[in-house]
Design a protein around this ligand. Structure first.
Ligand code: GLN
Length: 309
């Protein structure tokens, strides 16, 4: 198994590498525009404890919207089904920071993985606690699931996004006007900008996503980190909504629940098998890593990983 799996990872890396430099690095967050577009890493964490990596798999990058999976997990565990009072679970078919549907749908975002929905989810996760307490809970959870205390928040990226955050502030104020937020906009965004600025390597991220491939169990202790029911539901939302208006295409090509971030990372989950993290900063139109998607498509096909077979 080990050599075979390492071969799949290496082949996917070689295949996608030729497209490195294509796609556009996110520039609306100035700190992200500084990242070398040629970076490319891939890591696979298997349910049996094996790891397989290629390229820049140990280099931390900004996970951005991939953090939304982890805040959704925490919020669902904390609040249960009352979370769905604030946010839906339908694909939006719109870009990640779109405001259009909020107006026609009463300020309730379509799902927790678009910006508006993630802001609403973070609002509920705060649950009358302080910014620092909430951010510590998020960071502790990321460290625990990655089994690595070196996971950190990149303060430069957080400040950079906060300085250019008019769009997210607009989304939040708009939801607030519909009475769909319980805390002040700046409190929620103080958490949101920091959660998006969590820095992790592909290896750490693949390990951190493994509980979603294991029905919610911690891979080392087998303790139930989250309920298996929540785990199934998070995977369903990732499959339907994890790539905004590119979610259908990703499901078609890769066939796995996934979540992209504008830092160029993607986390994909193969239930029962393992978790894959890729990183390459050049993005397609929908803000999903171009080279990362190619690598995932190649790897999933070679390994035979799909939720549809
Ligand atoms: N922090 C980014 C934002 O809010 C996250 C977007 C993304 O990764 N798609 O705009």
């Amino acid at each position: 198994m080990s050599n075979e799996m390492q071969g799949y990872v290496q082949n996917a890396f070689e295949y996608a590498r030729s497209s490195c430099g294509e796609g556009r690095v996110a520039s609306y967050i100035p700190a992200l525009a500084q990242v070398d577009p040629k970076k490319f890493g891939i890591a696979v964490a298997l349910s049996n404890g094996e790891y397989h990596c290629a390229g820049d798999a140990e280099e931390p990058f900004s996970i951005q919207s991939i953090s939304k999976v982890f805040t959704l997990t925490l919020a669902l565990e904390r609040l249960g089904n009352t979370l769905w009072e604030s946010v839906g679970r339908e694909p939006s078919g719109s870009s990640f920071n779109s405001i259009i549907q909020l107006e026609t749908e009463g300020g309730k975002p379509r799902n927790p993985l678009i910006n508006a929905g993630a802001i609403a989810t973070t609002d509920r996760l705060i649950d009358n606690r302080s910014v620092d307490t909430t951010i510590s809970e998020i960071l502790d959870f990321m460290r625990e699931s990655a089994a690595d205390d070196s996971v950190f928040i990149d303060g430069i990226v957080a400040t950079s996004e906060a300085g250019m955050g008019a769009r997210n502030r607009s989304l939040a104020h708009f939801m607030s006007a519909f009475d769909n937020l319980r805390h002040p906009v700046e409190t929620i965004l103080a958490v949101y900008f920091q959660q998006c600025a969590v820095a992790m390597s592909c290896s750490q991220l693949a390990r951190a996503g493994l509980f979603l491939a294991l029905s919610g169990k911690d891979p080392s202790s087998s303790n139930q980190l989250i309920s298996s029911e929540h785990c199934r539901r998070i995977n369903a939302i990732m499959l339907a909504c994890g790539h905004y208006d590119n979610s259908g295409e990703f499901a078609f090509r890769v066939g796995l629940p996934g979540k992209s971030g504008v830092g160029g990372g993607i986390l994909a989950i193969a239930p029962g098998q393992g978790a894959i993290a890729v990183w390459s900063p050049g993005l397609n139109q929908a803000g999903t890593s171009l080279v990362g998607s190619l690598a995932l498509e190649h790897f999933a096909a070679a390994a035979g990983w799909s939720v549809f077979e």
